[in-house]
Write a protein that binds this ligand. Structure first.
Ligand SMILES: [Zn+2]
Length: 125
């Protein structure tokens, strides 16, 4: 079996959302301190150069996620900035995954989103 590494970079943002169809309090406008992870996987490590022995420099993953956080997520109203009618953790994880895919992050494996300490999801294709 081929060896495989899966590395991740965590990110944080504060943002508001509401789930208009929810039959509970989530239909009201409220905010979370969101926590996420971008997972990158691969079978080979860099043989030389500044990333020698790494799958990918963690800073490189950061450079892909940072503009998304700054332009769409941190201190924004997610229903507006993402265009999602109901930005649940599931929908948001997929939305971020697709943004990273569009930006061309090599080896993109999954995006994890946690909206509370005990609740979250992982999206991969
Ligand atoms: Zn919520």
């Amino acid at each position: 079996m081929q060896p495989e590494w899966s590395i991740y970079k965590e990110f944080y943002f504060e943002a508001a959302h509401k789930l208009p169809h929810h039959e509970g309090k989530c239909s009201r406008l409220h905010g979370h301190s969101w926590l996420g992870r971008v997972y990158v996987k691969g079978h080979t490590l860099q043989p030389d150069g500044s990333e020698q022995g790494m799958l990918m420099d963690f800073g490189k993953i950061q450079s892909y996620i940072h503009p998304i956080i700054e332009n769409y997520l941190d201190h924004y109203y997610l229903n507006e900035t993402t265009g999602l009618e109901s930005p649940t953790s599931e929908e948001l994880a997929r939305w971020i995954y697709e943004k990273l895919e569009l930006a061309g992050l090599p080896g993109l494996d999954a995006v994890e989103i946690r909206e509370t300490c005990t609740s979250g999801c992982i999206y991969r294709t």
